[in-house]
Design a protein around this ligand. Structure first.
Ligand SMILES: Cc1ncc(COP(=O)(O)O)c(C=O)c1O
Length: 444
């Protein structure tokens, strides 16, 4: 049977549904649930997949590579060669262009912005902190922690609409080529957080061919989900380094990635990949900051995986664990929300998130209703710069962590809250609450 759109319902029908939803909601609240779909954390089974890492090095002797270098000691500030080789192969770049850090690519991104602020992006270029204004383009909905880096450094953020094939490139090109104060853009080119977008070939080509007004413009290419497909046959994105090599844009790209969602979110390894010139400049400062990152961890990652195919095979095991979780949430959305004109959502082919768009002005309400019913979501607004969703419509759903039965329950609660907020909004727009004057919106 075709569902009735909320726009086609009479006031009486809405009022009836409202009372039913409210009763259901009160029942759920009475159950005192404790559910969490707030952060994209791998679940226990995923972490267990990598436990071979814990035993590949057993003795001091095991900690030497074939050249006799002792990984337990100082040295190799750019990273362990075997692990750099692994990332070079995985990312399709030269070995020399790979720097390995600690467990967090976010730290490498923060450091790249901090270096640009303090010292400039190249010898002789003006530190951003000396400029009146520095702006970044922020495809949104996007990753809240990228936006927090900008806020921390006082970088002004400009929202860029994200479409099916990537950011709105007409606007990106226009702004980047006309405004010298625009120094960067955040990109998550594959399985974007939270929309799951995969940048099309044309989008990547247009990025590679940008003509920035600012000589020190950099693309922050956060390839966090480069091998995180949920299904077979998901297309790869084009290699932006191949496209920019030998062009005037050779130094325009900073790529970041990590094994946070390949091995351990708290104990993986991270990579910063960039041109020879950028690498030399970055190393001149990193060398002051640290003597070497955790080489034992880099070394054991390299031994555990052997090569890029080892990582790809490992990621299929992750997909087998994650796919049912994503599908459980999507099935609930389809069953409970489809055909009512109250919500749309992404159907990602990989990554860690589903992006849910509801009626304008209802994301905060849904977030609060969920919280009151014992379920934590990523805060409404978090997917936009400054925490301000212009339409107050988007929520980021993270299905990876809760066990399946809990996740199914969480998806039901979420759908209930989306429906309740939608009916409540429709009724309030039709003057229902004023006319009965007994229930206030905040009272349920
Ligand atoms: C797009 C994106 N980049 C980076 C990170 C964090 O990566 P790391 O653990 O390497 O700092 C996340 C984590 O959710 C993410 O979604």
């Amino acid at each position: 049977m075709k569902r009735k759109s909320i726009n086609e319902m009479t006031r009486e029908e809405l009022a009836f549904e409202y009372s039913e939803l409210l009763a259901e909601y009160e029942q759920v609240k009475a159950e005192r649930l404790s559910l969490d779909m707030s952060r994209g954390k791998p679940c226990r089974e995923q972490l267990d997949l990598s436990d071979g890492i814990l035993t590949v090095l057993k003795t001091g002797e095991d900690c030497h590579n074939s050249f006799g270098t002792d990984m337990r000691n100082y040295g190799m500030p750019i990273g362990v060669p075997a692990a750099r080789k692994l990332f070079a192969e995985l990312c399709g770049v030269e070995f020399d262009n790979v720097f390995l850090g600690g467990n967090a690519s976010l730290e490498l991104m923060y450091d790249a912005v901090a270096r640009a602020e303090l010292f400039g992006v190249a010898p002789g270029s003006t530190p951003w902190c000396k400029l009146d204004k520095v702006k970044f383009l922020c495809p949104a909905p996007g990753y809240d922690r990228h936006f927090r880096i900008c806020e921390t450094f006082g970088i002004e953020m400009i929202n860029i609409e994200i479409r099916e094939d990537g950011p709105d490139m007409d606007t990106v090109e226009k702004l980047v080529s006309s405004d010298e104060s625009i120094k960067g853009i955040w990109c998550v080119p594959k399985h974007s957080n939270p929309t799951g977008t995969i940048y099309s070939d044309e989008t990547v080509r247009r990025f590679a061919a940008l003509k920035p007004a600012a000589k020190d413009f950099r693309i922050f290419w956060d390839n966090a989900y480069m091998v995180h497909d949920l299904y077979e046959g998901v297309p790869d994105i084009l290699n932006i380094f191949e496209l920019t090599q030998g062009t005037e844009n050779e130094d325009m790209v900073y790529m970041f990635t990590s094994t946070s969602k390949i091995t351990y979110a708290g104990s993986g390894i991270s990579a910063f990949i960039t041109s020879d010139r950028n690498m030399k400049h970055a190393l001149s400062y990193i060398g002051t900051q640290i003597i070497s990152y955790d080489k034992l961890n880099q070394f054991r990652h390299a031994i555990f995986f052997e090569d890029a195919d080892g990582i790809r095979a490992h990621m299929k095991k992750h997909a087998d664990i994650l796919r049912p979780r994503f599908e459980a949430v999507l099935t609930a959305f389809e069953k409970e929300l489809a055909g009512r004109d109250i919500a749309t959502w992404t159907k990602p082919l990989g990554g860690y998130f589903i992006s849910l768009d509801m009626l304008s002005g209802s994301a905060k309400r849904v977030y609060e209703l969920c919280l009151d019913a014992g379920m934590k979501l990523t805060e409404a607004g978090a997917t936009y710069p400054y925490g301000k969703d212009p339409k107050d419509a988007n929520l980021r759903i993270a299905p990876s962590y809760p066990p399946l039965p809990e996740l199914r329950m969480a998806a039901q609660v979420l759908c209930l809250c989306v429906k309740l907020a939608a009916v409540e909004k429709a009724l309030s727009e039709r003057g229902f609450f004023k006319s009965i004057n007994t229930i206030s919106l905040g009272n349920i």
